[in-house]
Design a protein around this ligand. Structure first.
Ligand SMILES: [Zn+2]
Length: 71
C-alpha cells in the first residue's frame, strides 16, 4: 500500500492529491495564494474538506511562455 506516501511537490501537476483528512486521493482546486515580483504561488485545496494539500510556484519565465502561447 503506497497510500501514505506524500506526493512529490516538485513534479506537482496532478489534478488530485492525497488528503489526510479525507484519507484518500481527492480532486484539488487551484487558487492564487501569493504574487511576488519574480513568481506567483498557487495553493491546492481539497474539494472535499477545503484543506490545503500543497502549493505550486510559477516563475516569471513560465508566465511569459503562457502569455505568448495564449496570444
Ligand atoms: Zn479533504
Amino acid at each position: 500500500m503506497n497510500s501514505f506516501l506524500m506526493p512529490e511537490f516538485e513534479t506537482l501537476r496532478a489534478s488530485s492529491l492525497y488528503c489526510q483528512r479525507c484519507q484518500k486521493a481527492m480532486p484539488v482546486r487551484e487558487r492564487l495564494l501569493l504574487v511576488l515580483p519574480l513568481k506567483e504561488i498557487y495553493d491546492y485545496l481539497c474539494t472535499g474538506c477545503a484543506s490545503s494539500l500543497g502549493q505550486r510556484e510559477v516563475s516569471l519565465g513560465d508566465l511569459k511562455m503562457t502569455r505568448r502561447a495564449h496570444r
